[in-house]
Design a protein. Structure first.
Length: 425
């Protein structure tokens, strides 16, 4: 299935739904005399690119990359970027680009705060076309510097669908007065096509995503009701989580009297320090500020490589990003779920919500297991006490009664031997 067949009737889940400037999203009519062959070629090329199924963030980014790569070929500008607006997360996130900035900097470095004063943020927030003719004298241009790149002009066009600002197309040039009216006509038409592709692609992706989540949660519910060992159930739940969001590893840490103890991790095959420690003795981390912040927070917290260290810093052999969600049943906090990535990652609302959903399911499994073992232990105690009462009633000698008591103790408690010593004055 391709997303070109989807009818867009709802707004983008993670994108802003902001009222636009009354003139900012009105595309000017392109005169037939201006670059008709070039525009027709661009349109045909984009139509070919749109025949792509978007079933993952990687395939959506691939589509956006294909579109931004058309800018140098058809418009002659070698530096271009596509940013996507994530209003709920306060980010205008870099997703695709060509030129030196895209080659030298990662996604987090180029992404900007939704409420920032950068030209990218203003265009993404207000839906306004921004044309900076003299970059060195304009404070709105705040891209990181490169030694051999001297940007003189910037042109930003919002990617608009209906009344929603989905993102922006950013084009930069080392020439002054690089953008003329003819190019603006074509670029605005070009961005309108990108907007439709972006809207349809993300809608289709989230529909596929939610179907996968529903199926995974159904399987998790079956695990919760099944009679399995706690470690086996937790590993199976983590497996479902890893299949959905593809982290480097997902771990479960339960609160104990000695600190936070590792009770589950998936996958463990590439993390020998974690395996060696956990196989020979419990891996326990004392109270840590980041774990404490997770427990105090209402929503999951994220960690980036340049933030303060986490309890996992000395365990994993890489500079990691992570998201942590607390395991809680009513007012009882049982521990934390920690999802780790080997690179910088901007965690969106959907990712945080999913982490919280799985944290809740894990908490239910842990609490149910504890209640089950507590009830089973109490049942053994009650049965053992009944045996002792019956022994005192039916048995004739003290030795027989004491023998029944010692055997009952072995049944109730996990001990290897039991003896009774009588004091003879």
């Amino acid at each position: 299935m391709t997303f070109t067949s989807i009818v867009c009737q709802v707004s983008l889940p993670d994108c802003a739904a902001w009222k636009l400037h009354p003139r900012s999203h009105q595309l000017k009519k392109i005169p037939h005399s201006k670059h008709p062959k070039n525009f027709a070629e661009v349109t045909r090329t984009i139509a070919t690119k749109l025949d792509t199924t978007v079933d993952s963030p990687q395939s959506l980014d691939k589509l956006l990359q294909q579109m931004v790569d058309l800018v140098p070929h058809h418009f002659g500008y070698n530096i271009a970027h596509i940013f996507v607006v994530f209003n709920q997360e306060k980010w205008v996130e870099f997703r695709a680009g060509c030129g030196p900035f895209a080659e030298h900097f990662d996604k987090k470095t180029l992404s900007v705060s939704f409420h920032g004063n950068e030209s990218i943020a203003i265009a993404g927030r207000m839906g306004e076309v921004i044309h900076i003719e003299n970059v060195p004298n304009d404070d709105r241009y705040q891209f990181p510097s490169l030694p051999d790149v001297d940007i003189q002009a910037q042109f930003i066009i919002p990617l608009v669908f209906g009344n929603s600002i989905l993102g922006v197309l950013d084009i930069q040039s080392e020439d002054t007065d690089a953008f003329n009216d003819d190019d603006q006509y074509l670029l605005e038409a070009f961005t309108s096509i990108i907007s439709v592709a972006l809207q349809n692609g993300v809608l289709f992706y989230w529909e596929q995503w939610r179907r996968k989540i529903s199926e995974s949660l159904r399987q998790v519910a079956d695990m919760v009701s099944a009679k399995q060992e706690l470690e086996d159930t937790l590993t199976a739940i983590l497996h479902e989580l890893v299949m959905l969001i593809a982290p480097s590893i997902a771990t479960i840490w339960l609160k104990t009297e000695r600190g936070y103890e590792l009770k589950g991790g998936y996958p463990l095959r590439d993390y020998s320090p974690l395996i060696i420690v956990s196989e020979h003795s419990p891996l326990i981390i004392d109270s840590h500020s980041w774990f404490d912040k997770i427990i105090e927070s209402e929503m999951p917290l994220d960690h980036q490589p340049d933030d303060e260290s986490t309890p996992l810093t000395e365990i994993f052999p890489f500079n990691h990003a992570a998201i942590g969600a607390k395991l809680q049943i009513e007012e009882n906090v049982l521990g934390v779920l920690v999802i780790v990535y080997e690179q910088t990652r901007l965690f969106g609302r959907e990712g945080k919500n999913l982490a919280q959903i799985f944290a809740t399911q894990i908490a239910i499994v842990v609490e149910n297991t504890r209640l089950y073992y507590r009830a089973r232990t109490q049942s053994k105690v009650n049965s053992g006490l009944l045996n002792i009462v019956e022994a005192t009633y039916y048995l004739d000698t003290l030795d027989e009664v004491l023998s029944a008591i010692t055997h009952t103790s072995l049944f109730i408690a996990p001990v290897e031997a039991c003896a009774v010593w009588l004091y003879q004055p």
